[in-house]
Design a protein around this ligand. Structure first.
Ligand SMILES: *Cc1c(COP(=O)(O)O)cnc(C)c1O
Length: 477
């Protein structure tokens, strides 16, 4: 091709390809449409249902272009109006989501500016923001300055990173895998067992520790198991404790477990994905011992009310983290570590990634810490407010909760299990607020998990009204 042809062809291609760089007038129009849409969405949150059991359709990708307006309408109908409305305060099932507004702005800015946050040299500013978020977390959980951490997409990936470090520090590999023992509570989140499999520890021995009537790990039972395993020639490797279990919001006796893991030279992992941020509240004493953990996971997309897609992990032994995540770590001279640890990529499996530090950093800076703490305190009180109302309606309740999750069932005169399932179905069909169920102590129960920042006293009143309504309906059947 001679230069003239080449220039003609380039000019031709440019006419089409330059559409990717949206011109200013269209940019401003798009921002306005999206901003109006977001505003309408938030204004409508109080009137839409928390749950709509519907299939999503018409979302296949077509090659031809379509106007933003049409796509926003499609999004509203097929995404927002199907399933659980996780941005609403009426999501009181599983672990509720968040989505404080400044985080959305942070995501927008991160996407427009697109800095390479994983490598300090490529973006000292973005990498420093990521690291400052980790420093803030270290401070909250009283982790030492020389511990390391990274922001992940959520609790499950954080667990993978923590367990990999544990595995590498204890050299759990090859024929030793089957000799090592992990101790869990029945109430542990399923991402724990999943992580063990993913990182190649499927054949490790898993022991389930007995729990008490408040669903907390019994430390005497734990020590018995450990001693038995040692006598049998096995190697106690790791204990996983939870600071806020998913089902019941229970905090295990962290301080006592920490002492045992120290005594038997084991790795101590704490799953604080849901409950961790309650350490900033009046419940602080429940978290005593968390600072002794070797690794800790925590989900800002839960207790910090941020949109889905940001978790965090803190780990004390930087060498163990570098072993798998920094390929040439073994050849680095001591002292070079400090510089090396400035790049998130060296302590995480991810290289190119979303600059998620900004969606934590910006809301915390714009709003300050106080409203986050107040919101958590509010959730703690709301669960008691809810329990008081249900007790008055004749419901049976689980034990006093440590945090903001509780469960209940109705003592129907016959077929208790079946009728409580029917009650759950009625509640889902009603959909004005969303609750979910579980099996606790072999009993079918309905759970309430209060963590959305938009959940208020009025939401709880609405939940109680709905439960009353569904119960009446059932009694009339
Ligand atoms: C949510 C949760 C997880 C898993 O975290 P994801 O962010 O959903 O991957 C792990 N442990 C506990 C206790 C949780 O509540």
């Amino acid at each position: 091709m001679d230069t003239e042809d080449l220039l003609l062809k380039l000019s031709d291609l440019n006419k089409t390809s330059q559409q990717l760089d949206t011109p200013e007038s269209e940019r401003l129009e798009m921002i306005e449409s999206v901003s109006n849409y977001a505003n309408q969405f938030i204004l409508g949150l109080n009137t839409v249902k928390a749950f709509q059991e519907k299939e999503a359709t018409s979302l296949e990708i077509r090659d031809q272009k379509r106007p933003l307006k049409e796509l926003l309408d499609l999004y509203q109908k097929q995404v927002v109006e199907t399933g659980i409305n996780a941005a609403s305060g009426k999501h009181l099932g599983y672990i509720p989501g968040g989505g404080v507004f400044p985080a959305a702005l942070a995501d927008f800015i991160a996407a427009v500016t697109n800095p390479f946050a994983s490598v300090h040299y490529a973006s000292p500013g973005a990498a420093t923001i990521e690291n400052e978020v980790i420093n803030w977390l270290k401070n909250i959980f009283s982790f030492p300055d020389d511990s390391v951490g990274c922001l992940s997409s959520g609790g499950s990936i954080s667990t993978l990173i923590a367990f990999t470090a544990a595995r590498d520090q204890h050299k759990v590999k090859n024929e030793f895998i089957q000799k090592n023992v992990v101790y869990l509570s029945e109430q542990v989140h399923h991402s724990t067992q999943k992580a063990l499999r993913i990182i190649g520890l499927e054949d490790i021995v898993i022991r389930y520790i007995a729990i008490d009537e408040n669903h907390k790990i019994k430390t005497d039972s734990l020590e018995e198991l450990i001693q038995k395993d040692i006598s049998a020639g096995l190697q106690p490797f790791m204990v996983v404790a939870t600071a806020g279990t998913t089902d019941t919001g229970t905090i295990d006796p962290l301080d006592e477990i920490a002492d045992l893991t120290k005594k038997y030279k084991m790795w101590f992992h704490v799953d604080a994905a849901y409950g961790g941020f309650f350490i900033m509240t009046s419940k602080k004493e429940f978290f005593k011992g968390i600072e002794k953990a070797d690794s800790l996971i925590i989900d800002p997309h839960k207790g910090l009310f941020l949109p889905y897609g940001v978790g965090a992990v803190l780990i004390k032994d930087s060498e163990a983290v570098l072993h798998s995540n920094y390929y040439t770590a073994n050849y680095m001279q001591d002292g070079a570590n400090e510089e090396m640890l400035k790049s998130p990529a060296n302590v995480s499996p991810e290289l190119t990634k979303h600059f998620r530090g900004l969606r934590v950093w910006l809301p915390l800076q714009m709003l300050g810490k106080e409203p986050f703490v107040a919101c958590l305190e509010e959730k703690l009180l709301l669960v008691h407010y809810f329990r008081n109302q249900l007790a008055e309606l004749g419901f049976c309740l689980g034990p006093q909760p440590d945090l903001s999750i509780s469960y209940f069932w109705y003592p129907f005169e016959e077929n208790i299990e079946e009728k409580n399932r029917d009650l759950m179905d009625e509640i889902h069909a009603d959909g004005s607020v969303f609750l979910s169920s579980s099996i606790i102590d072999q009993r079918f129960v309905i759970r309430i998990a209060i963590l959305a920042f938009r959940t208020k006293k009025e939401t709880i009143d609405e939940a109680v009204e709905m439960i009353k309504r569904c119960l009446e309906k059932l009694k009339q059947k």
